[in-house]
Design a binder for this molecule. Structure first.
Ligand code: GDP
Ligand code: ZN
Length: 463
């Protein structure tokens, strides 16, 4: 990667589209300050200190009329997001004024930025490595505080550091192997070299394994845990859903990367983002729609990562309850024994044949009892192994990273199998080198142009 800047000046609206309190137009590149200065009435921006915010007006170059009252941040290279000169124009929101200012900036020679281009420059100018650039994207999408923390950590470079250390280790071994091959006059050099390779391959494989273990929880943090609430009519599904959705915990988002009109409901349960599936059937309290039956539940059960089977504790178990318990027996499941405020008809013994005691939770949504335990149990299921105790708090959350780690792991398996099969050292060496380059693709130390284009185009314009 070269650190030379031979880029043109780019501009884009950096705030989300629509009406807002303020909008920000971001300009980056050699001419950023000059271009905005030309449109700006106030202090001479060429002469203000770096990293200052300046009050003034943007004027239409031709008519000299005021377009908007603005605050302009001037940040000179290299201590900026892109490592280039960056100017941010804070204007009064409103689509018209914001667009007009952007058009004026473009008319002065800036080019409209492509999606993710600011971050791409940060990467190309050596400010971020690839995994950090991806973390920026994750951060934009982060749905709960906890996923925010993971993304921030990655931005901080903890994953990169770990990967870089692994690569360094591999490189040292490869260098040693090279030396051994070049000076084969020493005794036992063959055995020495294979032992060295074997030891290192095993060691690196363990580290990668550790990282991959975090991936599962990581995916949950990013994408939400697909959760289905099932149960026969009237057991309290809607009430439970509403309880989960209220208390200011509901996050309704449109998921980036999917069609605009796909709206999914997220609730944040003690840091676990639950993505509720098939809530439509539950939300309709209309009796006709409530007759969803087992068939529809079956679909929800198949797609969900976690299932809550709601049972009415005040009525004896009927076949429909049992059917749902059977269908979910092999899944990650909680059995919610609701309406415990009423006289009990279902005992824990009755359920013993259907579920593990720790997976049965008695609740009353009406009197608000047992719901804390329910939430605690959900958080427990996902945070107790791995995430919190993970020493470095490094988590892999990104599908591309996970894929590359798996490939690196396969390459290491080839190394180990090769040694076992008595393959010549120089062939084993090739697999070790492959592992090294896969890891390098994570941090962008080895990268391809297509990969970059594909990656950065996922960003919104202005990021
Ligand atoms: P759904 O058909 O499974 O969605 O059940 P609903 O949430 O619509 O609840 C059915 C009825 O049971 C409603 O009248 C609720 O107010 C009531 N209900 C829900 N939870 C409880 C509970 O814990 N205790 C009692 N006594 N009634 C409840
Ligand atoms: Zn309902």
């Amino acid at each position: 990667m070269s650190a030379t800047t031979e880029f043109d000046t780019i501009a884009a609206i950096a705030t989300p589209p629509g009406e807002g309190g303020i909008s920000i137009i971001r300009v980056s590149g050699e001419d950023a300050i000059g271009i905005v200065n030309h449109l700006y009435k106030g202090k001479n921006l060429d002469q203000v200190d770096s990293h200052t915010i300046n009050y003034g007006h943007i004027l239409d170059v031709e008519t000299k009329s005021v377009v908007d009252e603005v605050m302009v941040s001037v940040m000179r290279a290299p201590k900026t997001y892109t490592k280039e000169d960056v100017v941010e124009v804070n204007c009064h929101g409103g689509l018209v004024a914001t667009n007009e200012i952007l058009q004026l900036i473009l008319s002065q020679g800036a080019r409209m930025a492509e999606p993710g281009e600011f971050t791409k420059r940060a990467f190309l100018n050596g400010r971020l490595d690839l995994s950090q650039a991806e973390a920026v994207m994750d951060l934009i999408r982060a749905k709960t505080d906890r996923s925010m923390k993971v993304a921030l950590n990655q931005l901080d470079g903890s994953l990169s550091r770990l990967i870089k250390n692994l690569r360094q280790d591999i490189l040292e071994v490869l260098a040693q192997v090279e030396v051994n091959i070049d000076y084969p006059e020493y005794d036992d050099v063959e055995t020495l070299t294979t032992n060295l390779l074997k030891e290192k391959a095993t060691e690196v494989r363990q580290s990668i394994d550790q990282l991959l273990k975090t991936a599962k929880q990581g995916k949950v943090l990013r994408d939400g845990l697909a959760t289905a609430i099932v149960g026969r009519p009237n057991v309290g599904k809607s009430s439970l859903l509403n309880h989960l959705l209220h208390e200011d915990k509901a996050i309704v988002t449109d998921v980036a990367g999917t069609t605009r009109d796909v709206i999914e409901e997220f609730v944040n349960v003690r840091g676990v983002p639950l993505k509720l599936v098939d809530t439509a059937g539950i939300r309709d309290t209309d009796d006709k729609v409530e007759k969803i039956g087992v068939e529809r539940s079956r679909q929800a059960i198949n797609t969900a990562d976690l299932i809550m089977v709601v049972i009415n504790a005040s009525e004896p178990l009927i076949e429909e309850d049992k059917e749902l318990l059977r269908l979910t027996a092999d899944k990650k499941r909680l059995v919610i024994l609701n309406k415990t405020d009423l006289p009990r008809q279902v005992s824990d013994e009755d359920l013993a044949e259907w579920a593990q005691p720790e997976d049965i939770i008695g609740t009353s949504v009406l009197t608000n009892s047992g719901l804390d335990q329910l939430e605690e149990r959900i958080a427990d299921m996902f945070f107790n192994e791995g995430i919190e105790s993970n020493q470095n708090n490094v988590m892999v959350t990104n599908a591309r990273h996970i894929g590359l780690l798996k490939q690196a792991e396969n390459a290491l398996d080839d190394v180990l199998h090769g040694i076992e099969a008595g393959m010549p050292v120089d062939l084993v060496q090739i697999d070790m080198t492959r592992c090294w380059s896969y890891l390098g693709e994570i941090t962008g130390d080895s990268y391809q142009d297509e990969l970059l284009d594909q990656l950065f185009s996922q960003f919104c314009v202005g990021k």
